[in-house]
Design a protein around this ligand. Structure first.
Ligand code: CA
Length: 522
């Protein structure tokens, strides 16, 4: 046990060092003593937590190896909302210590180019649960109800005998708000704690069922956080629902998704997280103030955000992330306590990002990295080698075929995403096509093809843009006309044309974009 603890310590130290170097290289975050102090305090807590876990249960990796892959694994998906990947340690974050999410990455896999198929809530979620592109679910923008014919991963697994449930924000049943336990379950048969919409902060259980505990003067639910504690704060309350489900179903195959509405605004969180990062030096993105020439037309028109506002709104955002990580720890501890962590595939991801000031913007909706790239961490003992890093571009649409591929369960055959499970198990197939497709909601109309290195965007508003993410990680220069990028432009354009045909994307018929695509092939 002590030997294993020392191994953990060694591995985590090595990864921390690598992360610091990666962070300064890729994200240009300024180093600050106060931030390291914050990290080091949490680091100490992390070691204590690991020691506790190591002493109270069997060693996870050894048990995983012994367990093999014969039994049907459980699937547990933890999703956040509007979450910038770089707030997590395993994605280079240095402000918030996220030992539990990092543990999943270090003992499983981390995807470094995983994208929201549409970087807006409802469409992204529809692709994630169905493996289909948003136009075919047909949730192309927020509040469109998902079609009855859509088959989710929960429905496929329920047909295989899995107990299935969901807690938290769903956003696929129209505009109802909060709308508890939507009638259409899509296979998540225990959806008592699913709500359609809203960023509620305080929940309660009543004899009539769950409800938002914070109420306005007219007794309507509101986003108030006053009085929320470790039981009623929404993140804690939802994590408890996941734990309750595990307590009931740990002896049979199960599939559960818990969808936290944080760290989406409002940027408020319960104590002690509300003041935990009050003194931290908020990094100011290099792209906060950029020229109009550096800004594609599809990236303009927002009111913008300044340094002072970022310094005010980011500390509670970090607090929300810390609360999420602590609750991921609680859920993992529950799996450990029942002896089923090694039998459970655990996924941590988000519906889309939050620019957090990058490109002078907040929120999402554009194809920039902070908006469209999301964390995707997956732990599957005995299936995914610890410390796996998948750099190939993937999207939400690829989740269902990939997860079921890892589980050895056939899909419904309606999916448009790809089974990328071989990338995660280290058996990279020869000739894997490194491309993911992204599309905007209707308002903007852009269409993008992304690889590990390049991002090509066509839009009705502007000429095509190409970002070379290796040479220009801040996405400030249009490399479309760079002769060195000619092959990348041609390849990604051909892929995009093919995708539009195969996946019924009407953007391929936009006269301006179509002409530009054909011209790029010449
Ligand atoms: Ca969202």
């Amino acid at each position: 046990m002590i030997r294993q603890f020392l191994q953990f310590q060694h591995v985590l130290k090595r990864n921390t060092k690598a992360r610091r170097s990666e962070t300064s290289k890729r994200l240009c975050l300024p180093h600050s003593l106060s931030r390291f102090r914050t990290f080091d305090v949490s680091w100490f807590c992390l070691l204590a937590a690991i020691l506790t876990a190591a002493c109270s249960t069997s060693p996870v990796p050894a048990a995983a190896a012994a367990n093999g892959t014969s039994a049907p694994p459980n699937l547990l998906v933890i999703q956040t909302d509007e979450h910038h990947f770089n707030t997590l340690g395993c994605y280079g974050g240095r402000i918030v210590a996220t030992p539990h999410i990092d543990w999943l990455a270090e003992n499983g896999a981390r995807a470094t180019s995983f994208y929201a198929t549409t970087p807006v809530c409802s469409p992204s979620r529809s692709s994630f649960v169905s493996g289909r592109y948003p136009q075919n679910t047909p949730v192309i923008t927020n509040n469109v109800p998902m079609d009855d014919s859509v088959v989710t991963f929960a429905e496929i697994l329920a047909r295989q005998g899995y107990a299935a449930g969901y807690a938290g924000k769903w956003h696929l049943d129209g505009s109802g708000k909060p709308q508890w336990g939507p009638e259409r379950e899509f296979g998540f048969s225990d959806n008592r704690f699913m709500f359609n919409r809203g960023h509620w902060k305080k929940m309660e259980d009543t004899p009539e069922g769950p409800r938002v505990a914070s109420r306005n003067a007219k007794d309507q639910p509101d986003y108030g956080v006053a009085g929320a504690d470790e039981k009623s704060f929404t993140t804690d309350w939802l994590a408890q629902k996941a734990i309750d489900f595990i307590d009931v179903h740990h002896g049979e195959p199960f599939c559960y998704m818990v969808s936290f509405p944080d760290p989406h605004g409002p940027n408020t969180v319960r104590p002690p997280y509300d003041t935990m990062y009050a003194g931290v030096e908020v990094p100011i993105p290099a792209s906060l103030d950029k020229t109009e020439e550096q800004t594609p037309k599809w990236g303009r028109g927002e009111k913008g955000v300044g340094e002072a506002q970022l310094r005010k709104i980011m500390p509670p955002y970090y607090g929300m992330v810390k609360c999420i990580d602590d609750n991921v720890g609680r859920i993992l501890q529950s799996l450990l306590g029942h002896g089923i962590l090694e039998k459970t595939i655990v996924v941590f991801t988000a519906d889309h990002g939050d620019l957090c000031g990058e490109h002078g913007r907040l929120n999402k909706g554009v194809p920039f990295e902070g908006s469209a790239k999301i964390p995707f961490v997956i732990y599957a003992a005995g299936r995914i080698p610890p410390g796996t890093v998948v750099d190939e571009a993937l999207g939400c649409v690829d989740f269902l075929p990939t997860a079921l591929g890892l589980m050895g369960v056939p899909t419904a055959g309606k999916e448009e995403g790809r089974d990328a499970s071989a990338l995660f198990t280290g058996k990279r197939p020869a000739g894997w096509n490194d491309v993911a497709f992204l599309r905007s909601t209707g308002e903007s109309g852009w269409l993008a093809a992304v690889s590990d290195r390049y991002k090509l965007i066509y839009s009705p508003q502007d000429r095509p843009w190409l970002f070379d993410l290796e040479h220009d990680p801040q996405e400030l220069e249009n490399a479309f006309d760079d002769p060195a990028c000619r092959d990348a432009v041609k390849r990604l354009t051909a892929e995009l044309i093919d995708y539009c045909k195969k996946c019924n994307d009407p953007r391929g018929d936009d006269p301006k974009m179509k002409a530009e695509m054909l011209s790029a092939l010449e």
